[in-house]
Design a protein around this ligand. Sequence first.
Ligand SMILES: O=C(O)CCC(=O)C(=O)O
Ligand SMILES: [Fe+2]
Length: 193
Amino acid sequence: MVLLRRWADPATLLALIQALAEQAPFRFMTTRRGGKLAAAMTSAGASGWVSDARGYRYESRDPLTGQSWPAMPDAFLVLADTAAAEAGFPGFAPDTCLINRYAVRAGMGLHRDGDERDFDQPIVSVSLGLPAVFLVGGMEKDEKPFSVGLESGDVLVFGGPARLLFHGIRPVKPGDDPLFGPFRYNLTFRRAR
Ligand SMILES: O=C(O)CCC(=O)C(=O)O
Ligand SMILES: [Fe+2]
């Protein structure tokens, strides 16, 4: 896992996220068991990550609007590709970006990103807005995780042997980011298909 501190430009990304969210609004998705995910989500790219009573998967259309997901902005692709290359994974061509929006106290439990077809492709994860504590576990869910503090603009790349590590986000602490206000955003670039 490679952490690129302050690698991304939060102001540029904020404007792009706002434009994307006009086409594909943030929404709270449900889980198979009927629970609600704590982070609001939307996607850009050829497919988007979806969770509902049928489980987790990638869909070519946004179930909320019935339309294709908005295209990934060029600046997203350049950011994901250069960060992956810097971390030792040249030629990364993500086809989806999941955008997570965490309000204060929202987090994400330990999980691994396992809905993609090719685990040889890395994941590039960009933190924006309020700081977060990222948890890095092991290859088994019961392994005790360690914490990494993430701040706005930090980029985390996990590929190779780290691709399927369990990870999560501690509940976000109250705060007021100059650009993002009382929220943390996360962009997760993936090759889904
Ligand atoms: O918000 C984060 O930093 C992590 C998000 C994540 O793990 C995911 O969307 O799968
Ligand atoms: Fe994840």
